[in-house]
Write a protein that binds this ligand. Structure first.
Ligand SMILES: [Zn+2]
Length: 498
């Protein structure tokens, strides 16, 4: 018998076996119990989170001969068994990404009117639904509008934003979430136990972390780990070429220590090993993002951050320091991506972060500012600030930033640097100095959130870049006062909000 990959061998066959998607399972099983399942469902979410798997379970629930509790397929009747094998005639899976996609859609439309051949319901599972051509989508739309009572459509997609709005509006949407690290760990351990494979928890942690919330990826990595015969963390690092992971830990510690010499040494080491700098920067940024979250929510420390090394790193560093490094990395990552000299830019980025160590802590600056009474400007600014803090939650840009901060620190890190938008009666006017953010994956999320928060559409303009020069800034009276009071110098200039 040929070897069946873990992801297939352990694919959930019933709702109760589905991992980490309780919200979806609950809605679907309730609808099934009440026999009110909508005829068009849309499953969206990143790869490997169970979209097609759940679609098949729904198909079984609609066709099972001995349904348990009104929603759970028995997995024993002929219909269930045939669906599990993928040979049941009334459950049709279409891969919209394949060349046959369009032909299959045509066939589908023609065959809709016929009653199911064997089961109770015809279920069409359309995978990668965002890949349907415009023609196919349009043809399909009519069927989606008024499906015959025996027909159900389940569309699965990783990119719901690419679907026609008319299709989206006709489907009940279910969002499949990234699966929690701890759930993936638990699952991997169970699988190893069933497979009778001994492997260190630390090694599994690396795998679970790399899977990024995709259970299928986690299982595929475990497959490889087993094939290589890896048992320890070191084995896994070697087998998968994840020595970067170790370098990132080292580098993070150096950046927080603000040790320039060591930072340059490690930059050289990274260069010598020929590691992709953009990849490394991405991982490093991700690392600091996690560190920041852990610092903010110390109760929910993920498994992989529970070693003594991380505990020290988290205990010994202030939130503010971690945030500064994170913010700087987010910004520099974009610059490095576009740079013709990534190596130099990388070193510069590391040095800049080490330089932060010499800046006075924010708290100290605020205290000093408060002591300054001879500057009207500063006085009025800090009192305005105090007033603002006391205000109830008005729909302002600041309050919006506060909300985002709670939800996503990485998005907050990005947008907190933007100038304040103009909130008009019928739209939000936003001026950007470059289009890079608009092209990033964060933009869609940002757009959705800001439009929802202010309850009006977002209008975007790209403005010509105009930088204040260092000399200009130095000449401003308020800057002069600050520089003098703190005996400081300007390290770099970052555009401020109004
Ligand atoms: Zn059954």
């Amino acid at each position: 018998m040929s070897y069946l990959v873990l992801a297939r061998r352990y694919r959930p066959k019933s709702f109760k076996e589905v991992i980490g998607q309780n919200h979806v399972v609950k809605t679907l099983t309730n609808a099934l119990k009440q026999q009110k399942l909508p005829h068009a469902l849309l499953f969206s979410g990143i790869k490997g989170t169970g979209k097609t798997t759940v679609a098949r379970i729904v198909a079984k629930a609609l066709n099972c001969k001995n349904l348990i509790d009104g929603y759970e397929p028995c997995n024993e009747c002929i219909n269930c068994l045939e669906i599990n094998k993928g040979i049941f005639v009334d459950v049709i899976e279409i891969d919209a990404a394949s060349n046959r996609g369009i032909d299959q859609i045509r066939e589908l439309i023609e065959n809709l009117k016929f009653a199911p051949a064997k089961g109770k319901a015809k279920v069409y599972i359309i995978d990668e639904a965002h890949m349907l051509t415009k023609e196919a989508s349009n043809a399909f739309l009519k069927s989606l509008e008024e499906p015959p009572s025996h027909v159900y459509f389940i569309l699965a997609t990783t990119e719901p934003n690419k679907l026609l709005p008319t299709i989206l509006s006709r489907c009940q949407r279910h969002e499949f979430r990234r699966i929690d690290f701890s759930l993936i760990m638990k699952y991997l351990k169970e699988v190893c136990k069933k497979e009778n494979y001994q492997i260190e928890d630390e090694a599994l942690e690396l795998i679970a972390k790399e899977a990024q919330g995709s259970l299928r990826d986690a299982l595929s990595l475990l497959d490889q780990a087993i094939a290589y015969g890896t048992k320890t963390k070191e084995d896994v690092i070697l087998a998968f070429g994840w020595h970067e992971a170790i370098l990132i830990e080292e580098l993070a510690a150096i950046l927080l220590e603000k040790d320039m010499k060591k930072a340059l040494e490690i930059a050289q080491k990274i260069y010598d090993q020929g590691i992709d700098l953009i990849y490394l920067m991405e991982k490093l940024t991700e690392f600091f993002r996690e560190l920041l979250i852990i610092k903010a929510f110390p109760k929910e420390i993920p498994f992989n951050f529970q070693t003594s090394f991380f505990r020290e790193l988290i205990l010994e560093n202030e939130m503010e320091d971690i945030f500064l490094v994170f913010q700087s990395l987010v910004k520099d990552l974009e610059i490095i991506k576009k740079s013709s000299y990534p190596q130099l830019q990388f070193e510069l980025s590391l040095l800049k972060i080490c330089e932060y160590g010499k800046l006075a802590p924010l708290k100290e600056i605020i205290e000093k500012l408060d002591q300054i009474s001879n500057s009207n400007f500063l006085f009025s600014t800090s009192s305005k600030l105090a007033e603002k803090i006391g205000e109830s939650k008005e729909k302002t840009w600041e309050n919006f930033l506060e909300e985002i901060k709670k939800e996503s620190l990485s998005l907050y890190g990005l947008i907190s640097m933007f100038p304040e938008p103009d909130i008009k009666e019928d739209e939000i006017c936003f001026k950007f100095i470059s289009s890079s953010f608009l092209e990033s994956s964060y933009f869609e999320i940002f757009k959705e959130k800001i439009e929802k928060y202010f309850n009006r559409p977002l209008k975007v303009e790209i403005e010509e870049k105009r930088d204040s020069t260092l000399e200009e800034v130095k000449e401003r009276p308020e800057v002069k006062t600050i520089l003098k009071t703190l005996s400081a110098k300007i390290a770099y200039i970052q555009p401020l909000k109004e």
